[in-house]
Design a protein. Structure first.
Length: 131
């Protein structure tokens, strides 16, 4: 594997900063829309973390809730599809990914559960043993 040069590292860091700045400029703030709906669908955040949810999406029961301990390495949050845990992780930028849609980050754990249901296309979720 080639060594990472100082120039390469700086170029990569500059690209990340530029991308983060562009995203910050294009993301609407909560105060920009006074008529924004309140509640879990407005952002799924409560006291710095996502709120619990329980809904049927495309015929599948998806649930999510904050958890403490238990070996969860993803911000203390558990998501389930039809009672089977969907392994989700929060990224440093606040987005979420799942084991089903690992390369398609979404803004909330609820969105990760919905994306997994779409990707599964009716197939059952198989338990994932993380470590």
């Amino acid at each position: 594997m080639p060594d990472l040069s100082r120039r390469g590292a700086l170029s990569a860091a500059a690209a990340l900063v530029t991308a983060a700045g562009a995203q910050a400029l294009t993301t609407p703030s909560a105060s920009a829309s006074p008529a924004a709906p309140a509640g879990p669908a407005a952002g799924d955040h409560h006291h710095g973390g996502p709120e619990a949810f329980d809904e049927v999406f495309q015929g599948r029961r998806i649930t999510g809730r904050p958890v403490s301990g238990g070996g969860h390495h993803h911000g203390g949050y558990a998501v389930f599809v039809d009672g089977v845990e969907l392994h989700v992780m929060s990224n440093a930028d606040g987005s979420w990914i799942s084991v089903v849609s690992h390369y398609d980050p979404v803004p909330t754990p609820r969105a990760a559960a919905r994306a997994a249901v779409v990707e599964l296309q009716g197939a059952p979720l198989v338990p994932f043993a993380a470590n």
